[in-house]
Design a protein around this ligand. Structure first.
Ligand code: ADP
Ligand code: MG
Length: 246
């Protein structure tokens, strides 16, 4: 397992937002967490990234306990989230934005900016090609289209060298067409870069179209976990969540 949560819980006062969730995320998997609004999906993600501290339970990454580590340390280990903070610098070009992400991940100081620039050139181009932005490399961040901004966010995220990429409703507010493009890109990145992806998404056609494994939360607890077929067939899932609509 790349990542494992063991009996992890998060309480906000009397509310138990995540309740004793034990789950393993396999390397290279595209794993969806689903559940109705308020089920605890975002809170669960925050326990993994370190934005929230667990009330009880443990988080392991590559077999090592990371439960008490702050978010930036987890990020350095390769646990990254995307699409939550807009990470686009409007006055930098697309190329420079990705370069900045690489430099900050490698802790390269600006004193060494010039030589480092050359050193990272191939990596920046590799990322831009992977996300389909190579032809926009010299365009300013605020001049590109909305869809390309999503690609740029993904490119900047790749610059932080993630191993586990968490996407909390990555296509929120996007058109169906844009959603398909971004989810297709995410799938491609997972295959080509060996990225492990954990995502939430409210559109079930997207979830069932892309996920290889699905875990279902309901009132903070894990009520089902398995292949899309297994989850679709689960009576409990149909009862509390899908409501027979899929
Ligand atoms: P989901 O992402 O599945 O919609 P959340 O994880 O955002 O669910 O929320 C789970 C529950 O925890 C909800 O009842 C929500 O109101 C509550 N909650 C989430 N974050 C906080 C917080 N920072 N403080 C208090 N309650 C919270
Ligand atoms: Mg949420």
């Amino acid at each position: 397992m790349l990542l494992e949560t063991q009996e992890i819980s998060k309480e906000f006062g009397k509310l138990r937002a995540v309740s004793r969730v034990s789950l393993g995320i396999s390397k290279g998997d595209i794993h969806a967490i689903i559940g109705p609004n308020g089920a605890g999906k975002s809170t669960y993600f925050n326990l993994i990234t370190g934005y929230h501290r667990a009330t009880s339970g443990r988080v392991l990454f590559k077999g090592k306990e990371i439960t008490g580590l702050p978010a930036y340390r987890r990020c350095r280990l390769g646990i990254t989230r995307s699409f939550q903070i807009t990470s686009i610098y409007p006055k930098l070009t697309v190329y420079e934005s990705v370069l900045m992400a690489l430099l900050s991940q490698r802790k390269v100081t600006l004193t060494f900016f010039s030589p480092a620039k050359k050193f990272f050139r191939e990596e920046v181009w590799g990322i831009l090609e992977d996300v389909g932005l190579a032809d926009q490399a010299s365009t300013l961040g605020d001049s590109i289209s909305h869809g390309d901004k999503k690609r740029l966010e993904l490119a900047v995220t790749l610059g932080t060298e993630p191993e586990l990429l968490l996407l909390d409703e990555p296509t929120c507010g996007m058109s169906l067409e844009e959603t398909e493009v971004i989810m297709g890109l995410i799938k491609k990145l997972s295959v080509e870069r060996g990225l492990t992806i954990l995502f939430t998404e409210h559109d079930m056609s997207v979830v069932f179209g892309i996920a290889r494994r699905i875990s279902v939360l309901h009132q903070g607890a894990l009520i089902a976990d398995g292949s899309p077929e297994e989850v679709r067939a689960s009576e409990e899932v149909q009862k509390v969540y899908l409501g027979g609509s899929t």
